[in-house]
Design a protein around this ligand. Sequence first.
Ligand code: R2B
Ligand code: URA
Length: 291
Amino acid sequence: MTNGGVEKPNKYFDIKDKRDFLYHFGFGVDTLDIPAVFGDTKFVCTGGSPGRFKLYAEWFAKEAGIPCSENLSRSDRFVIYKTGPVCWINHGMGTPSLSIMLVESFKLMHHAGVKRPTFIRLGTSGGIGVPPGTVVVSTGAMNAELGDTYVQIIAGKRIERPTQLDSSLREALCAVGKEKNIPVETGKTMCADDFYEGQMRLDGYFCDYEEEDKYTFLRKLNALGVRNIEMESTCFASFTCRAGFPSAIVCVTLLNRMDGDQVQIAKEQYIEYEERPFRLVTAYIRQQTGI
Ligand code: R2B
Ligand code: URA
């Protein structure tokens, strides 16, 4: 396992190739004045869905009384919006998609000359023993083998890296949650590699385990301090930690997995749940930035 220290950016990409192109964002140092557009960034907020992140950016701009950019992405893989010092970028589902978005946004911050941006993931998740609508601020991320690491396969070898998150940022977010009367819990987040079998659902197409195995597994997770399951936390924690960027994971639970597997919530309820991480995180950002 690597020691978890902060790593310098890749020695090759600046020296060898001054014309770096962020392929999945569809622009590069040659095609956009990156420092002019992104140089004042302080927070990068991210989460899975492109539509939700467009909405979050628009809500934030309206609340803060500042303009919202157009979609700055020039590819259809990700959307990027900017509202003052906050960038809103979606990351898709699962760690492969997230890892691409994080690498390109770290390079983006590097090219923009931004020193220590704070990264916050605002997501959805399945709760373990907590009521639906609970906002879980993660204390750490656990992989699908129940280890507190992110596993990467590089050159045919398993590399494990720590998945720490920033404790002072977490505490500050929890304090804002209390102030705003948002139901907040802290606990570990398990990062599954898929939505169905990897989360021991009984409603997938395949299922070669029994109902009691599901409950045994969920009870085990609960005993290990896990409060929610999603699909990106290990990679998010590990990458931000390697880069030395403070980071937090704030996910609303859409259901309590002890009570079921299907995500079937009325539209208004879903929107209200999706709003909770947004209200919490943006109250914190506005407190920090004074906007
Ligand atoms: C939460 O929700 C998505 C799956 O529905 C996935 O991206 C995640 O982490
Ligand atoms: N996202 C997940 O990964 N799992 C859930 O149960 C809900 C949302």
